[in-house]
Design a protein. Structure first.
Lengths: 261, 310
């Protein structure tokens, strides 16, 4: 397929098509605000549980548990939020919308780009709300506003990168229920066998290397460094590298999957 | 027929072990309607997906509006409109937003897309519902919006994949009227359907496909003629009488009907055949319970053509 000479496949159109699709996805999200509310329910339950129920029994070195916990919850929210990318695409596929879009002279990657961008904007909104909820339960940042914003951006970048994995999943299943079912087995080891809620040094030795170095933990470390202080570059760079690696490997795979579906 | 707007030549497509198309060829003349008729799983949708560049054929060639679907898909996409059986519109967007989005993705620009959306909403009687999310629309309204979305760019070639499946009779009639007026304006239409009435009513020519091959091709009249013209159906008191009558009229190609007590005689010469048949049965002293004249329906053509293959 020679798209380079085909009008409508240039970079300018790719940007405009991606923005059109992003706008469509944002509008659709605004029409069903319940979904946004429900995606806050789960993290809020985790906050209440770990802050007030289990929190007293969990010790982390050198800081208040609530300060350790909240960045973990933010990253967990971001990680679980990526499911929405899979659900959104599987939904569009199941309803025949992808077929129509594939018959249009639009840039093909814009369908995925628009989905992932809209989900990132959604992530930004949710994380902002979660930070406010964190403040309400005693969370405090110990750096400045620029660092806190940097921490948010590190998370959103991770959510963006992870969305490509879930785009791949969404395109590979037949409907949104299947997308949801396929997502959990991937998310559970990433979010629970991690440093999000407890210090990995309390875990069995065989689990510690994974719990310390897997991308969700590395991202949480970076967010903690940005929001709570301590050496940042050594934490943020690995997190961004993970996100970059995810995006560079999974983005093209997802686009290829879309072209073939 | 002027130069064809759609040419399909030896299209082959398989998905794993499933041979969806095994070498399908047909042409659709510019400004005409071709009905692609076949049972579920015959390969109709696969053919449409190839012609709309959604999938690539394993072999064979297809040209739509002068552009090869594999070599220049973008040019094909700019010449076609697709409306499917699923009413592929976004439920959470309003009718207007759906149409504007399709316009923008067709690179018409936002202002032109808005203006076109207003025209189409009006044409499809959706102006009152234009600002409501599509999830509040009825099935018929969704299909109209789906068809409107296929028409945003005034495409010269329209591909409709079972456009009225699942619609109530009034909505179906509505959609038929719209398709009819598009054809009157010179649009080329390829229509897949399971409804013989739909093909009979809308299509200039019909291609019957079954198990991924073309089973028959022609106008609705030609296809009906293939399984015989009008015939006389004699209902008799019982099967033994029917069999005596069938023997009596064997030189007129009479056969026992689907019901054992009926005899079907092709009425090649119309009333003259009927008069002759009645006279001969009467002369043999046999009583006829009832006489019906029967013209083949496209359904019978369809069952005859596809039934023998499955």
């Amino acid at each position: 397929m020679n798209t380079s000479t085909d009008h409508g496949a240039g970079f300018g159109w790719a940007v405009r098509d991606t923005l059109a699709m992003t706008g469509r996805n944002i509008t659709a999200m605004r029409r069903v605000p319940q979904v946004l509310v429900f995606s806050l329910v789960q993290p809020v339950i985790f906050v209440l549980m770990f802050r007030f129920v289990f929190g007293g029994a969990i010790k982390v070195p050198g800081r208040d548990y609530v300060d350790y916990l909240m960045p973990g919850i933010f990253v967990q929210t971001m990680t679980f939020g990526a499911i929405n990318t899979a659900i959104g695409l599987a939904d569009d596929k199941g309803k025949g919308l992808l077929e129509r879009l594939q018959s249009l002279p639009m840039t093909r990657s814009a369908v995925l780009g628009g989905r992932v961008l809209a989900d990132s904007i959604r992530n930004l909104v949710i994380v902002t709300l979660m930070i406010l909820i964190g403040f309400a339960v005693g969370f405090d940042t110990h750096t400045n506003a620029i660092m806190v914003v940097s921490g948010v951006l590190v998370m959103v970048a991770f959510g963006f990168a992870l969305s490509w994995l879930f785009a791949l999943i969404g395109l590979s299943v037949t409907n949104s229920e299947a997308a949801q079912a396929a997502a959990f087995p991937i998310l559970a080891p990433l979010t629970f066998a991690s440093n999000l809620f407890v210090d990995p040094s309390t875990m069995p030795g065989w689990l510690q290397p994974w719990a310390r170095n897997q991308p969700v933990s590395v991202t949480a470390d970076a967010v903690r460094a940005c929001m709570l202080g301590g050496p940042t570059a050594s934490k943020v760079v690995p997190a961004l590298l993970w996100s970059l690696a995810f995006g560079l490997v999974l983005g093209p795979l997802a686009v290829r999957r879309y072209r073939r579906s | 027929m002027t130069s064809p707007a759609i040419v399909a030549e030896g299209l082959v497509k398989h998905f794993g072990d499933v041979h969806a198309l095994r070498g399908v060829s047909f042409e659709v003349g510019s400004g005409t309607v071709l009905g692609l008729l076949g049972p579920n799983g015959a390969g109709k949708t696969t053919a449409v997906r190839i012609l709309t560049t959604i999938i690539v054929p394993d072999s064979g060639r297809a040209v739509v509006a002068g552009h090869d679907v594999v070599a220049s898909p973008q040019s094909v996409r700019r010449s076609i409109g697709l409306a499917g059986q699923y009413a592929a519109v976004d439920e959470n967007l309003t009718g207007r937003e759906n149409l504007v989005l399709i316009g923008r993705l067709n690179h018409m620009g936002t202002a032109a897309s808005r203006q076109r959306a207003v025209e189409l909403l009006d044409q499809f009687h959706l102006t009152d519902a234009a600002g409501r999310p599509v999830r509040t629309y009825s099935g018929g309204m969704r299909r109209r919006l789906d068809l409107a979305a296929a028409l945003v760019t005034h495409p010269p070639v329209l591909l409709l994949d079972e456009p009225t499946t699942g619609l109530d009779p009034a909505s179906r009639q509505d959609l038929w009227d719209v398709i009819g007026s598009l054809v009157a304006d010179g649009t080329t239409v390829l229509l897949t359907t399971q409804y013989l009435e739909e093909a009979d009513r809308l299509a200039d020519r019909i291609v019957v496909i079954d198990h991924g091959t073309v089973a028959a091709e022609g106008t609705s009249t030609e296809l009906k003629a293939r399984i015989g013209g009008i015939s006389a159906v004699l209902s008799l008191t019982d099967a033994s009488v029917a069999s005596r009558v069938a023997d009596l009229l064997v030189d007129s190609h009479a056969v026992i009907g689907a019901d054992d007590s009926t005899v079907v005689v092709p009425a090649r010469n119309g009333a003259a055949t009927v008069r002759d048949v009645l006279n001969r049965v009467d002369a043999a002293g046999i009583e006829i319970v009832r006489l019906d004249m029967h013209e083949p329906t496209l359904d019978e053509v369809f069952l005859t053509l596809t039934g023998s293959r499955s």
